[in-house]
Design a binder for this molecule. Structure first.
Ligand SMILES: NC(=O)c1ccc[n+]([C@@H]2O[C@H](COP(=O)([O-])OP(=O)(O)OC[C@H]3O[C@@H](n4cnc5c(N)ncnc54)[C@H](OP(=O)(O)O)[C@@H]3O)[C@@H](O)[C@H]2O)c1
Length: 428
């Protein structure tokens, strides 16, 4: 084997050029740390003529990432194209089949095809590494697979979409409406080409799917995840939640309990004084809980050229050092199917509704909730227009199905002016 570790880097966008820059800038440090020279044999992207602000002349150019993955002078194929299918998937499969290790930042690919890819890689005696795929620069994959290897993990939580957290923070701090902040993000280029990937919780959901598999020894199963985005959150929700001592976050939570595996990416209320409640702007946070270690909080940049390339290079360095772990922390064939059911653990809920301003309306709602076995912790009525009155209820701990039957019964009371919004209050 060559003492050099020779990379083929496919994709020269934000992350790809960032990775090239680190390799050029830190060549001697990387060699000192890994004992091997890390070099680039070939690069690929769609447009050869684009000025990418980085020196590429020393590397072979490939138009086809599949051919690049199969080159004899490539030891590690670094996939930084993106997308769950198409050229990224074809090239990663080709690399594995050709006996190459793979490093990728592609959460969609792993969340959807991770099991098949892991089985193929392990059968071929190669590895697939993906630190950059979850929470950018935060070394959460390493924390789970290595740092917490001696723990039974009880819960994983995370704010893992910087754009959503930026939007919620802007709404919180500047009193802006969702549509105004959405328009601003579109203008600033903060949103994916398909914005539902961000605001619909799908991008963050891909990341949680990967963490769930690692934490609980289950197969990646994106379809088992409950997903709700932030589109229905209003400035009033944010203001009223703050009034009650909470912040609203798009929060991923995965936990294993007697009910089976619970994994959801939904807007939740968290106490304002908690680390998650204090998280502002585009920063990410992942909270890990293990039976021996207790709670660990990791915070940092979840995206961007430098942070994401930093994570890519961590994987490259591990491969250079000869560290080869199973793709999801244990052999892929031993991963259990995520048990269906996904019943949510009981929790307190925030319920926001608008009632017709007529006598007995509030009492009617309270009685419907009582009939469903839900007790009310706090209730507030806010200043209202002539016809409707906004009402906010915080419940004591309740089961989700009890809440759902209360919400259903409410719709038959004739006092609701619009569909209520119910958000979990996560015990953090
Ligand atoms: N950006 C971040 O902060 C971040 C954070 C975490 C993870 N990631 C992940 O990292 C990966 C790359 O993201 P990015 O932001 O760097 O994307 P990007 O800036 O859009 O770059 C994508 C690159 O892939 C190339 N490409 C696209 N289609 C191709 C094809 N058919 N054949 C060959 N090359 C092709 C593009 O070529 P051209 O330049 O010629 O168009 C471009 O260089 C994605 O999986 C993403 O989810 C990104």
């Amino acid at each position: 084997m060559s003492t050099q570790l020779r990379l083929g880097i496919a994709g020269l966008g934000t992350v790809g050029t960032g990775t090239v820059k680190i390799i050029q800038r830190h060549a001697s440090v990387l060699k000192a740390r890994t004992g091997r020279e890390i070099t680039i044999s070939a690069v690929s992207a769609r447009n050869r003529d684009k000025d990418r602000g980085v020196r590429l002349g020393d590397y072979a150019w490939e138009n086809d990432p599949v051919a690049q993955a199969q080159r004899d002078d490539v030891d590690v194929f670094v996939e930084l194209i993106g997308g769950e299918d198409g050229p990224a998937k074809a090239a990663v499969e080709a690399a594995v089949a050709a006996g190459k290790d793979v490093v990728t930042a592609n959460k969609a690919l792993l969340a959807i095809h991770g099991q098949a890819l892991a089985e193929a890689a392990e059968a071929a005696g190669v590895t697939i590494r993906y630190e950059a795929a979850v929470a950018g620069g935060i070394p959460v994959i390493k924390a789970l697979t290595e740092g917490l290897a001696g723990n039974q993990v009880s819960r994983v939580m995370g704010v893992m979409n910087g754009t959503c957290n930026y939007m919620l923070t802007r709404m919180q701090n500047d009193g802006l409406a969702y549509d105004e902040v959405f328009a601003e993000c579109e203008k600033l280029g903060y949103l994916e080409a398909d914005p539902t990937l961000d605001v619909g919780g799908i991008d963050a959901g891909h990341k949680l799917t990967i963490l769930t598999a690692l934490a609980f020894g289950t197969r990646v199963d994106f379809d088992a995840l409950t997903i709700e985005g932030i589109e229905r959150i209003t400035a009033e929700d944010i203001e009223q939640a703050a009034d009650m001592g909470y912040r609203i976050k798009l929060l991923g939570v995965a936990r294993q309990s007697g009910r089976g595996l619970e994994a959801r990416m939904t807007p939740c209320l968290v106490p304002v004084e908690s680390p998650l409640g204090q998280l502002e702007g585009a920063t990410n946070m992942v909270v890990l809980e293990g039976d021996s270690v207790g709670q660990i909080v990791l915070r940092g940049a979840g995206a961007g050229e430098g942070p994401t390339a930093s994570a890519v290079m961590a994987d490259v360095c591990d491969i250079a050092r000869g560290i080869r772990l199973p793709v999801f922390g244990q052999p892929a064939k031993t991963l259990a199917a995520a048990r269906a059911g996904n019943a949510e653990s009981p929790t307190a809920y925030y319920v926001r509704m608008s009632l017709y301003d007529k006598p007995g309306a509030l009492a009617r709602i309270a009685s419907v909730m009582g009939d469903a076995g839900i007790s009310i912790d706090r209730m507030r009525q806010y200043g209202h227009s002539s016809e409707t009155a906004p009402v906010l209820i915080v419940t004591h701990k309740a089961a989700r199905d009890a809440l759902d039957s209360a919400l259903k019964a409410m719709s038959g009371t004739g006092v609701l002016a619009s569909e209520p919004v119910a958000l979990r209050i996560e015990d953090v």
